[in-house]
Design a protein around this ligand. Structure first.
Ligand SMILES: Cc1ncc(C[n+]2csc(CCOP(=O)(O)OP(=O)(O)O)c2C)c(N)n1
Ligand SMILES: [Mg+2]
Length: 320
């Protein structure tokens, strides 16, 4: 189904919300008001937003730690994100974990697994369950190009391909795995070159083009739902900040950052909408004011939440 004008504006809005939440989080972390490390999606917002927007509500996502936009599209509210970042008692992990490790199967979100890329085999398992139950549902998982250079990746993709499970595999190739560049991670020109070796379709897209990501994921999800099995989608993008807030990333060449800054995914979608007569300065001003108010309110509400109590360390650790 082609995107409606409203969908196209929604894609832009979710990317702006993602950036507003992450900009606020970055500032809060700098002031020592968050617990744990902060990893953000600055510069690569088009991938999580475009991918999640292409799914149905009863599909399942197993996102990576940068995928703010996937959580927002799925209905996670900014206040939940800040509560999690602040380690609050009422947060997803009740203060036992931080970051975007927000697992909530009621909203079809598999909690992030820190050992990379172990969300991938879990997503394959979820997709296998859908297939065995004959449910027309899809699992989508995302991972970095660095994570794709591990053994778990190969086993999971091979099994998904052999069993033809309805899974969409989204690689966010952002040019770096911490301080390691792609040429020291794998010897092929691209991650997508592996798809034929597993016997599955592969497609490489501009990861800074939210509508291109959306189209690729929509097609892969439709194929998966129709029994066509997995698709590997490589989204080319750039990590515009350090790996985490404690990484100054001074190993990244300035020219690389400048080249990608000129291709910012938010600006790109805004310009495309304006060219189609779907956006103007008044809409932009209204959106930015709305997002500022929403994020400010979320930060204050999260800060007012209760901190964990010492006895909480024993709760929620084992399934009842
Ligand atoms: C098995 C494993 N090894 C190392 C780490 C530590 N680590 C966390 S993120 C990261 C970089 C991953 O790079 P990539 O997969 O390209 O994702 P990006 O951070 O670039 O989005 C590393 C080495 C880990 N979490 N798990
Ligand atoms: Mg990477």
């Amino acid at each position: 189904m082609p995107l409606t004008p409203d969908d196209r504006r929604q894609l832009y809005r979710f990317m702006c919300l993602s950036r507003a939440v992450e900009d606020a989080a970055w500032a809060l972390a700098g002031q020592g008001r968050l617990v744990g490390r902060l990893y953000t999606s600055h510069g690569q917002e088009a991938i999580p937003v475009g991918a999640a927007y292409a799914l149905r509500p009863d599909d399942v996502i197993a996102p990576m730690y940068r995928d703010m936009g996937m959580h927002l599209v799925r209905g996670v509210a900014p206040v939940e994100v800040f509560a999690q970042y602040m380690g609050k008692r009422g947060s997803s992990n009740a203060g036992k974990d931080s970051g975007l490790h927000i697992g909530d199967m009621a909203r079809g979100i598999v909690g992030m697994i820190s050992v990379l890329p172990d969300s991938l085999p879990v997503a394959v398992g979820v997709a296998l369950a859908f297939k065995l139950r004959r449910e027309p549902r899809v699992a989508l998982t995302s991972f970095g190009e660095g994570a794709a250079s591990t053994g778990a990746f190969h086993e999971a993709v091979n099994m998904a391909a052999v069993m033809k499970v309805p899974v969409v595999l989204v690689c966010e190739n952002n040019g770096w795995a911490l301080s390691t560049p792609p040429e020291r991670e794998f010897a092929t020109a691209a991650i997508v070159d592996r798809a034929p070796a597993y016997g599955i379709p592969g497609v490489q897209v501009d990861g800074n083009d939210v509508e291109a990501v959306h189209a690729a994921v929509a097609e892969a999800a439709a194929r998966a739902r129709a029994g066509g099995g997995p698709t590997l989608i490589e989204c080319l993008t750039m990590r515009m900040r350090g790996h985490s807030i404690i990484d100054p990333a001074d190993y990244v060449p300035r020219a690389q950052l400048d080249a990608w800054a000129a291709r910012d995914p938010l600006a790109g979608q805004r310009e495309r909408l304006a060219a189609a007569g779907l956006w103007d300065d008044a809409r932009e001003a209204a959106l930015q004011a709305e997002l500022r108010a929403e994020v400010d309110a979320a930060v204050h509400a999260a800060e007012a939440m209760e901190d964990p109590l010492p006895g909480d360390v024993h709760t929620g650790v084992f399934a009842a």
